[in-house]
Design a protein around this ligand. Structure first.
Ligand code: NAP
Ligand code: MG
Length: 398
């Protein structure tokens, strides 16, 4: 069989632990036999990040800006324990945070559905994609412990020296205080990425926040979304037959639970953090959740939403064959290959991406799966395979 050609490369970012093992297996068993795989390789494994003073992560981000498509393996975000375990020279930042900042991107998370495990929410028939604003609010807040009675004020000093001052609270005794911010340009990027991604999926976009209580702060988010929609996306949405709709977050939560799914739900940073965990759990498994970072200037970085599955890695190192679920990582590859195909009008590559996903879902639906899926599968007869056996089954189907 002649291999599918890929004239323009994608950015390949290797990672850590169990997912690094799975990464190599996916390439060997599911990609290289069929495609002249063309990637620019960056090793974001913790050792190599450490050796390069983490410059490799920034180089990978620059490569994504140049090639527009990347695929990333899960990576360790070091903490004190990892500094000892790996003998690191520094407490490197999360590669995902570095990539997000460099690409000014928004993260979209979508569950992968199969017939073997239905969502906890009975009405959900299609995936719900969550778009989380990845800048500011409580994640960049300044906090203060108030030790005694006193007055707290919000003070802004403009470049021109003019001051704006608002009373926060007159404390009669000890308490706590928090100051947070966001930026118009970041909210505009978030809105654009959300509209563009909903358009690329051909799905409705919802946005919700708490503008009834937070009239200026959340009200600004609501107004920016509406303005970006009216000025830049309304015509395209109408042409595509999809809608944008804003609603109060309380109302949105109720509607989401009663919905069929099949839309993109954009949320502020904290709401997105919490709701994405709820939605992914209700769909079944973190191992069945894909994630794509979309930048407003049209760059796409695909990955699995889970981490490096450290507990399995320690067992693997001890010689055990683990049943770690590779599905989200496979879908990261198929997503990146499909996007490459779309940008280059490469029909055979697009068709391969579809077939890879169909073969993966088909393998699970014919009863062959990893342990985590067997635990939530309905009906009897699930056959549990280790990771390599499962990948070989998919290859057979492919
Ligand atoms: P994790 O790797 O997602 O794993 C947490 C647990 O979830 C696992 O122990 C396993 O449960 C289950 N699990 C997750 N993915 C699975 C899969 N593909 N197949 C089967 N089970 C799966 O999270 P973590 O243990 O908190 O973090 C490990 C490392 O990953 C950390 O160093 C963290 O920094 C990093 N991380 C990276 C990313 C990223 O690169 N995007 C995201 C999150 C975390 P059982 O052990 O019960 O089977
Ligand atoms: Mg969370």
């Amino acid at each position: 069989m002649e291999k599918i050609r890929m004239p323009v490369p994608i950015v390949e970012m290797d990672g850590d632990e169990m997912t690094r093992v799975i990464w190599a297996d996916i390439k060997r068993l599911l990609l290289e036999p069929y495609i002249e795989l063309n990637t620019e390789y960056y090793d974001l494994g913790l050792r190599h990040r450490d050796e390069t003073g983490d410059s490799v992560t920034l180089e990978a981000a620059e490569a994504i800006k140049r090639l527009h498509v990347g695929v990333k393996c899960a990576t360790i975000t070091p903490n004190k324990q990892r500094v000892e375990e790996y003998g690191l020279h520094g407490l490197w930042k999360s590669p995902n945070a570095t990539l997000r900042a460099a690409l000014d991107g928004t993260v979209f998370r979508t569950p992968i559905l199969t017939k073997v495990a239905s969502p906890v929410v009975k009405t959900w028939k299609k995936p719900i994609t969550i778009a989380r604003h990845a800048y500011g609010d409580i994640y960049k807040a300044t906090e203060l412990r108030i030790p005694c009675a006193g007055r707290a004020e919000l003070v802004f000093t403009g470049e021109d020296g003019k001051e704006k001052r608002e009373l926060i609270y007159d404390f009669a005794g000890p308490g706590i205080l928090q100051g947070m911010h966001n930026r118009d340009d970041s909210i505009v990027s978030f809105a654009r990425a959300s509209f563009a991604y909903a358009l690329s999926l051909g799905q409705d976009l919802w946005f919700s926040c708490k503008d009834t209580i937070s009239k200026q702060y959340d009200g600004e988010f609501r107004d920016i979304f509406q303005r970006v929609y009216d000025e830049e996306y309304r015509a395209e949405f109408e042409k595509a037959g999809i809608t944008y709709f804003y609603t109060l977050i309380d109302d949105a939560v109720a509607r989401v639970i009663r919905s069929e799914g099949g839309f993109v739900w954009a949320l502020k940073n904290y709401d997105g953090d919490v709701m994405s965990d709820m939605v992914s759990t209700a769909y079944g498994s973190l191992a069945m959740m894909t994630s794509v970072l979309v930048s407003p200037d049209g760059n796409f970085e695909y990955e699995a939403a889970h981490g490096t599955v450290t507990r399995h890695w320690y067992r693997y190192q001890a010689g055990e064959k683990t049943s770690t679920n590779p599905v989200a990582t496979i879908f990261a590859w198929s997503g990146a290959l499909r996007k490459r195909a779309e940008l280059d009008s490469n029909a055979p590559l697009a068709s391969f991406a579809d077939k890879l996903e169909t073969a993966t879902i088909g393998t699970i639906e014919s009863g062959f799966m990893t342990k985590d899926l067997a635990l939530i599968a309905e009906g009897a007869g699930a056959k549990v395979l280790n990771t390599t056996e499962f990948l070989e089954k998919i290859a057979e189907k492919l």
